[in-house]
Design a protein around this ligand. Sequence first.
Ligand SMILES: O=P(O)(O)O[C@H]1O[C@H](CO)[C@@H](O)[C@H]1O
Ligand SMILES: Nc1nc2[nH]cnc2c(=O)[nH]1
Length: 342
Amino acid sequence: MEINLVAAAGTTLINPSCCFKSTFSSSSSSSSSSSSSSSVVCQSSIMHSKDQISHDEYQKTADWLMSQTKHRPQVAIICGSGLGMLADTLKCQDSFAYSDIPGFPQSTVQGHAGRLVFGELKGKTCVCMQGRFHMYEGHSLAKTTFPVRVFKLLGVETLIVTNAAGSLADGFHPGDIMIIKDHVNFPGLVGLNPLSGPNDDKFGPRFPAMSSCYDKDLRCLALDIAKQQGVSGFMQEGVYAMVGGPNFESIAEARLLHRLGVDAVGMSTAAEVVVATHCGLRVFGLSLITNKVVKSYEDSESVNHDGVLEVGRLRSLTVQQLVTELISRIEINNNDDSKNAV
Ligand SMILES: O=P(O)(O)O[C@H]1O[C@H](CO)[C@@H](O)[C@H]1O
Ligand SMILES: Nc1nc2[nH]cnc2c(=O)[nH]1
């Protein structure tokens, strides 16, 4: 497949309707914080008590969803920019607009439809986010990762995260699919972490390890599947970095990321994976490389969101077939967390 990545000018990100008030204002909390220390008020300038989401709030959303659908998902999928078609493969669908789900944030980005789709795929029950939430939309990190904890309460065991990303690694090309073997959570390194604030012990420990957050067996399985499907020619494995966005990288930033060992960069995913790992979900992640990040002052190319979405469309079938086969071969333990809620 030929992918023309010469990007047309002009980004088409929809102007986010929400403002940064929820993240950065200092007004008091309307919700209680964690189970263990609900009276603690975080004094940090980058994490406010109002960003905390109580266990009850996650549970209310999970209970509402369970009252609306008979599906009890074992696998959750988060669709990246332009990858929403992953939901189309689900059979016996029940779908909900985010605006109808109590407690759910809203998607504001083009290419993120804003629907939660439940259904069956190859004998597994799945829930699929057609559209995710990004920090740059003005959501707190706790909000961007809200669905992940709801999935845990629904009984999900495995989370599949997908994203569109720009490549820094030499030898990566637009249209390549990178299996994520690790990440650099840049917002997290400077204290912007969805786990900041009082820890909710019901979900996981105060200090979770992140040294094996992308499941090795699933990565090997995906590489095997790619071989069988005859697409290993454009499979890669590498390190994804999450940056805050919404602007794409300057050349100096691109060079810095490259020197740091980052293979692909985007504006999502790592925060979701941190929360998923904290609450014990098994994670598989893939990045669709939609563009090369410009690293040279001689290079006249520039990236835009339309180009990103276009590569998503061109590679949609391959991504869909890979993820479908992976799901069919995932082993499920049948921990019914929806009955034994954490
Ligand atoms: O990470 P996803 O949601 O796939 O989207 C990626 O694509 C958008 C930029 O085109 C950014 O939101 C970036 O994070
Ligand atoms: N930060 C970042 N996000 C992206 N999402 C898709 N492409 C890119 C990119 O080049 N940079």
